[in-house]
Design a protein around this ligand. Structure first.
Ligand code: NAP
Length: 325
């Protein structure tokens, strides 16, 4: 297939503004990058926050999005690890050519791409990059966090056998990936909080105990971060993926926030180790893709998908950009 000159893209027109479908040029792959035909895009809560709160984006109109899966169409000069026809998942960056809310996109961050094993669909693959990268940064990389040895580093697999791990919000896609990584690291027990309808799913990921996060008359009803902080032993560490809302108190119990994209940029070697490990982890089933809920309508479906904020339970919203009318 030859490369089309034009494609459909969903752009955020101005800070705090609305999304619009436009025609834009298909990017030309630069040195060291890939041109990818985009098949499945994962939606992320941060994208409605970007739209409604005007966060992070310096210039508009802006193509946004964080992750997707598709097929390598053109390989830029100097790329050796990927070839035309490879099926890949990718954790994207900001930038109009690099962000995935479009039909074709240019990926220049090779250390954030993984080839897909046979049998892993594009939809399944698009559930993985942000959830896995965020939970991996929290457990293994973030300064101020526990910085455990990752399961893909030497001696890391099963290293923490007999040590407990608590993950609040286990049915979020990030929490579900964290449970799976905790299992690979050997932690036991792995205790999580979620709506109980998701208990069996979270146990299939490796949780040993699922506590009802909606319990009335119980501390779990309190704010999620406060509950997690309250569980820490002296010297314990809490890593949060939303801005910290709890004040550190006594006994050296610390709380650390993180921004996945920032950390992957600061530590490209960690990013490379993670994304190189993903194909084998998916192939062996040690990391399972998460549940998928497809939003119809191609790129236009992103707008209705992002409006479903806080209504999704234990699933990743996915759209198919090539179906855009
Ligand atoms: N810092 C970063 O780099 C970073 C990266 C990724 C995501 N995030 C942020 O992390 C949050 C989660 O993202 P996500 O994509 O994983 O979300 P998600 O999968 O869309 O979250 C949906 C799940 O949230 C659970 N939930 C809702 N309210 C909760 C609460 N108060 N406490 C615990 N669980 C709750 C629900 O569980 P039940 O169905 O079991 O009730 C539901 O299944 C978002 O706010 C996102 O913006 C930050």
């Amino acid at each position: 297939m030859s490369t089309p000159a034009q494609q459909k893209a969903l752009v955020l027109q101005e800070k705090g503004g609305q999304f619009a479908l436009i025609n834009r040029e298909v990017p030309t792959p630069t040195r060291g990058s890939l041109l990818i035909k985009n098949e499945s895009i994962g939606l992320n809560p941060v994208n409605w926050k970007i739209q409604q709160l005007g966060l992070f984006i310096p210039e508009y109109p802006a193509v946004v999005g964080l992750e997707a899966a598709g097929t390598v169409h053109t390989v830029g000069e100097g790329v050796t690890d990927f070839e035309k026809g490879d099926r890949v998942l990718y954790k994207a960056s900001f930038g109009n050519d690099e962000a995935p809310y479009q039909q074709w996109w240019n990926s220049s961050l090779m250390q954030r791409a993984s080839k897909l094993p046979d049998g892993i669909s594009f939809d399944a693959a698009a559930t993985v990059p942000t959830a896995l990268a965020t939970s991996a940064v929290a457990l293994y990389s973030q300064p101020g966090g526990p910085q455990y040895t990752s399961p893909w580093a030497e001696g890391g697999r099963g290293k923490y056998a007999g040590q407990p791990l608590v993950i609040t919000g286990g049915a979020t896609v990030v929490g579900s990936a964290a449970i799976q990584l905790g299992k690979l690291s050997g932690f036991s027990p792995i205790i999580t909080t979620a709506s109980l309808k998701n208990a069996a799913l979270l146990q299939s990921y490796g949780a040993t105990h699922v506590l009802n996060r909606n319990l009335s008359a119980d501390a779990l009803r309190a704010e999620t971060q406060a509950v997690a902080y309250g569980l820490l032993a002296p010297g314990g560490k809490l890593v949060v993926i939303l801005p910290p809302s709890v004040k550190e108190t006594t006994e050296g119990r610390t709380i650390t926030g993180l921004a996945t994209g920032v950390r992957l940029q600061q530590d490209p070697q960690f990013a490379e180790g993670l994304f190189k490990a993903i194909p084998a982890l998916l192939q062996s089933g040690e990391v399972k893709p998460l549940n998928v809920e497809v939003v119809p309508g191609g790129l236009a479906g992103i707008v209705s998908g992002l409006l479903k904020k806080n209504q999704v339970s234990a699933a990743k919203l996915i759209v198919h950009p090539q179906e855009t009318a």
